[in-house]
Design a protein around this ligand. Structure first.
Ligand SMILES: Nc1ncnc2c1ncn2[C@@H]1O[C@H](COP(=O)(O)OP(=O)(O)OP(=O)(O)O)[C@@H](O)[C@H]1O
Ligand SMILES: [Mg+2]
Length: 340
């Protein structure tokens, strides 16, 4: 539905040229809540702004619903842009207008009849739970309420794609959660595809089904949130994911492992869904002549799926440990030897 094909963007400045995007490719499917994460300057906003042609690529193509934006006539581009709405970190509301008028703005610009505007705005305010604030001015609203107005305004023209540039970065954690829930409702109930950029991995964890991790204008890693969170590959992804899914072995245990003179191996097991961790440990104990010590265990929920991590120390002969590893490999549980 949104495709970036080898997209590069170079900003030419007086003193130096900035490569904001470098041969970047990714695909956002219809119905996705697709998250793009990266540090400041990674190129996230540049990427987002290309979807509604606020930026144009220096090389490569951006396709929206199969159409190459660079090849559209001005009239076609206007039509495509109507399908796409945007939500901003700083809300971008008009302070001199009421909540009602802010939400009505895109409809007025589209010359929608007055009665229809009134009906549509009331419906939108109800959807974002702000009907009682219709006559308030933005200064009187909390950050979360302002963002709800921003979302209602974005939905006014019934877009099929919603672009969100750091929509929760100016909000406290509790308000962030309520805005994320609202975005999820927009996706599920209205069928809107959402492309959201953020530097907060918790945002990705809570609502996205797919993620791309950006570094220096490139995609360092992408995939389903479940794949990427359970098996982060790039160093930057590991850093981000470890802040929400911490499966590092506590330091005190690491110290005692370092002085453990017995022949042993430490493995990290990843359980997805209903795989039972207890069953795996007890099967190893029964079948093999090794001692198993559970060093660390954690459970997280992602995309309604349980993601469990178990760090096990296996003590025994090298042959027996190899046999355990071969046994686990045959099961559907992922594992790797853990660096201690
Ligand atoms: N109009 C512009 N002219 C020149 N350079 C620009 C322009 N827009 C962005 N850049 C540069 O491109 C790079 C990527 O910027 P971008 O705003 O896309 O990053 P970002 O990931 O959104 O960062 P942040 O998290 O701070 O918002 C930066 O080095 C930035 O300075
Ligand atoms: Mg940005």
């Amino acid at each position: 539905m949104i495709q970036f094909v080898n997209v590069s963007k170079e900003f030419v400045n007086k003193d130096d040229n900035v490569h904001a995007l470098r041969e970047l490719s990714l695909t956002v499917e219809k119905g996705d809540i697709f998250g793009v994460i990266g540090f400041s300057g990674a190129g996230k906003s540049t990427l987002l702004r290309m979807v509604n042609a606020l930026e144009t690529p220096t090389a490569g193509q951006v396709l929206v619903q199969g159409q190459n934006l660079a090849q559209l006539s001005p009239a076609e581009l206007r039509k495509t842009r109507k399908e796409i709405a945007m939500v901003f970190q700083q809300f971008n509301l008009l302070d001199s207008r009421t909540v009602f008028d802010n939400v009505a703005m895109p409809l007025k610009l589209n010359h929608v009849p007055k009665a229809e505007i009134a009906e549509r705005v009331e419906e939108l305010l109800k959807f974002v739970e702000l009907s009682d604030k219709r006559n308030a001015y933005p200064q009187k609203l909390s950050g979360g309420q302002k963002q709800r107005v921003g979302i209602a305004r974005a939905l006014a023209t019934q877009p099929s794609i919603l672009l969100c540039d750091e929509p929760t970065s100016a909000l406290d954690p509790k308000t962030t959660d309520s805005i994320l829930q609202l975005l999820q409702k927009v996706n599920r109930e209205l069928g809107v595809t959402i492309l959201i950029i953020t530097h907060q991995i918790s945002v990705i964890q809570k609502i996205c089904n797919r993620v791309a991790v950006m570094e220096n204008g490139r995609v360092a890693e992408q995939g389903t949130v479940l794949e990427v969170f359970s098996h982060p590959k790039a160093a930057i992804t590991k850093d981000f994911v470890s802040t929400v899914i911490d499966d590092r072995i506590p330091e005190s245990i690491q110290k005692s492992l370092a002085t453990d003179a017995r022949n042993n191996t430490v493995i990290r097991l990843h359980f997805l869904g209903s795989n039972s961790r207890e069953a795996m440990v007890s099967a190893i104990n029964k079948k093999f002549n090794v001692e198993t010590n559970i060093l660390f265990a954690s459970v997280h929920e992602l995309q309604n799926t349980v993601l469990g991590t178990l760090v096990l120390q296996l003590v025994g002969s090298s042959e027996e440990i190899a046999a355990v590893e071969a046994y686990i490999q045959k099961s559907d549980v992922d594992f790797e030897e853990a660096a201690v």
